[in-house]
Each structure stands twice: as structure tokens, then as C-alpha cells.
Design a protein around this ligand. Sequence first.
Ligand SMILES: Cc1cc2nc3c(=O)[nH]c(=O)nc-3n(C[C@H](O)[C@H](O)[C@H](O)COP(=O)(O)OP(=O)(O)OC[C@H]3O[C@@H](n4cnc5c(N)ncnc54)[C@H](O)[C@@H]3O)c2cc1C
Length: 360
Amino acid sequence: MVDKKVVIVGGGVAGAILAKNLQHQANVTLIDPKEYFEIPWANLRALVEPSVAERIVINHREYFTKGDLVTSSAVNISETEVFTEDGTQIAYDYLVIATGHKEPIPKTRTERIDQYKEGNEKIKSASSVLIVGGGPTGVELAAEIAVDFPDKKVTIVHKGSRLLEYIGPKASSKTLKWLKSKKVDVKLEQSVELDSHRDGNKTYLTSLGETIEADAHFLSIGKPLGSAWLRETFLKDDLDAGGRVKVDEYLRVKGRDNIFAIGDITDVQEIKQGVYAQAHALLVAKNLKLLTEGGGKEQKLGTYKAQAPISIVSLGRKIGVAQLPFITILGRFPGIIKSGDLFVGKTRKGLGLEANVKKA
Ligand SMILES: Cc1cc2nc3c(=O)[nH]c(=O)nc-3n(C[C@H](O)[C@H](O)[C@H](O)COP(=O)(O)OP(=O)(O)OC[C@H]3O[C@@H](n4cnc5c(N)ncnc54)[C@H](O)[C@@H]3O)c2cc1C
């Protein structure tokens, strides 16, 4: 029934795919604080090659043509409505929480693309770059700079004992070796005292008292989960200790018939990956089609099974490090899968768009 109201909170990887797939089946409202969806796994390439931003920053209206769009953050919910920061109240029959991670990024596509251009200027004008954080974002950024600008001095400072702690130690050691071969200096088990750095001062102090000279720095320390807003709502007891939403096998919030959660925000026991967030969205799209059609189809709801820990981290344009179920590989093979186009064409096609942006 097209008149059933489905509200999706969060227009990231999971929310965008769900909105795209459900828009003709129900009366869908998408709530997101920005006017666009962004392909997160290519955003470090956009820093070294800003034209990539034109392909990865996609106005929600390009793929979500039918439903309602509210450009604001959800701040509260009742059992029938969502309340947003700008004072809008939106009624729902079904609610989907897809607020993965939250970060302060601009509201419009133009402003976001300009940010990438500024980031690119910052890299180009620096002889030395300090990257704070050695998770996937820090590692991918260091690799992009080391490959595209081999003359620049790149340093990663990471407070953990190994890089890429979200996957296995073999991936960490292979990546460390590769980065060293590209002359990237990696300092583990220390953090950067950012207060020690002032504008115009190029010296950074670490927690172990080392000094690092760098013309520019980038913070790659992970984004906070987007669940803080739920802590004051009637769903506060449906969060686990880490702030993730507890879901059942249908990806419904446990004990709730009409509220789903998808993507990184859920407590599904798997590593948090966009490819899984997309799978959650496709399953919930099917389940919501059954539920909104009515007629006792609840029995047919599909279930989700947590996925094995598979991940590929790109190391510049040709190489990647892949953790697969029984093997970890660093080299051209994972690079062919991910590092060339970074799944940008594939992700755009999944949203029903051309792989490339048409020139105006
Ligand atoms: C550098 C990097 C490389 C990666 N590489 C890969 C890869 O190769 N393959 C892969 O599968 N995954 C990869 N990932 C992981 C992937 O990006 C995430 O798993 C994915 O983005 C999770 O999707 P999501 O929809 O759950 O959350 P997000 O994509 O974080 O989206 C959350 C959305 O919710 C919005 N939001 C937050 N709070 C609110 C609120 N209160 N109200 C309304 N909206 C709100 C946000 O603005 C955002 O739009 C990578 C991530 C990074 C950072």
C-alpha cells in the first residue's frame, strides 16, 4: 500500500539504498542533515584528485525522486512521529534508523565539493603531512598521498599497537611494511598533542615526547556513532553499552514490530562495512514491501545472517590489502577489485545513476 508512511532517518550508505528501493512502494520520507549522499570509500581519493568529488557527492534528489526529503537532524521520536532539529514533525507507520556515523560536514553539495578542493590545496602546498590515526581512513589517506605525491614526507601517528585494528594482525603487518617501502613514517602507541601545535607553528609533540615537523595535518580518528540522539528517546533501553541499536534477525529493533535499524548503527555481530549496510537495506526494503502490502505476509519476512569479516583497504591507485575468510593478501589482486575506481561506478549504478557524471 503506497499510502503507508515509512520514515528513514539517515541518508548514508544504508539509508540511501533503502530510500531508492522503497520510494515507489510506500510514502517515504528521508531525513538527513545534508542535501546529498556521499560515497565514503572514495573520499580520500577525492582529496588527492578533487574531480572525484563530483562523482561521489550525489544530491539525494538525483536518486530519490519521489518521496519527501527533510534536510535536518532527527532529535527525538515518539511511537508515531519523528521530530527534527528544524521543528518538523513527521508521522510514520514504519520507522528505519540508519544514522551510522555523524560528522559535521556541510549542508550543500557545492560546499562539500569546495571542501575537497581546499583539502587538495592543503596537500599540494605542503612538503610534509602528518596524519593522526592509523585506522582505514588514516592508512588510505597516507597511501593516496604517498602514491600520488611521492616527494612529500608523510607521517602517521597512531595510538594503538598496530594499524587497521578493525581487521586481523596480518593485514596490519603487511600494510606497515608496504607503507615503510613508500617512506611513510609510522609511529605506533603514541598520540599527537594537538594543543602543542599553533597556527604558523609546524612542530607537533607526541605523547612520548617526540617532535614531528609537518606543514599540514589531517585528523583521521574515526567518526562518532550516530546514536547519541536516541539516548533521550523511548528507544534508550534498546541500545547496547557501545550505543548500537539491538536488532532481531529481521533487523527490527528488538521487541518492536514497526521499527527497523540498518547499517553501522546496529549491533549485528560483523565488522562494520558499507557492503553489509547495503545488504541490510535491501533486506529491509523487501520486508517493508511485504509489511506495507498487508494481508498477513509477516510470516514471509526475510532474515539476516551476520557476514564473515571481509574487508579491502586501498593503498593508492593500484594496490590493496584484503582480509578474506582464510587468507590476507596485499598486492595487485585486491587493488584490481577496489583501488582503481573504489567501487564508485558500482555504487552510483546501485542508486540507478550513470557510473560517471555527465559534463554540463
Ligand atoms: C575511508 C573508508 C573506507 C571504507 N571502505 C569501505 C569499503 O571498501 N567497503 C565497505 O563495504 N565499507 C567501507 N567503509 C565503511 C562504510 O563506509 C560504512 O560501513 C558505511 O558508511 C555505513 O553505512 P551507514 O548507512 O550505516 O552509515 P553512514 O554511511 O555513516 O550514514 C549515516 C547517515 O546518517 C546521518 N545522520 C546521523 N545522525 C543523524 C540524525 N540524528 N538525523 C538524521 N540523519 C543523521 C548522517 O549524516 C549520514 O548521512 C569505509 C569507510 C571509510 C571511512
